[in-house]
Design a protein around this ligand. Sequence first.
Ligand code: RB5
Length: 147
Amino acid sequence: MTNEIKTIPIASDHGGYEMKTFLAEKLRAAGYEVVDFGTHSSESVDYPDMIHPLADAVAQRKFPLGIIMCGSGNGAQLAANKHKGVRAALCWNVELARLAREHNDANILSLPGRFIPFDLAWEMVQVFLNTAFAGGRHEKRVQKIEI
Ligand code: RB5
């Protein structure tokens, strides 16, 4: 943990449940407080039921950044991005996670729980949480995202 952020909200459906469990343990071991929005088992659920409450909390600035996942990462990202002020980025590697923060000021990282190794996901989470928005030429572009 190298920055100011101490509390991380995390959410998944059943497709991301195993990865969420893994990442929550890693985050706690690294000193973060984890707020787990569910799901809490591998039983089949509908991803919007877990993702919307987390995204709403990020939109209300209760948390600066959040981590979400489902099987593909797509459904979770699509649901999260319905919330004004949320910029959820679906990422598959470390560089994309870094660019999502640096260039897009993404405030939610969406991960494909069934398609990437958990160790890679943890690397991506660490980079996402510890990379600042670069601002500059990206500032105006990010402002133009909201319609
Ligand atoms: C669940 O089977 C799966 O559809 C879901 O986790 C996600 O990939 C949806 O986008």
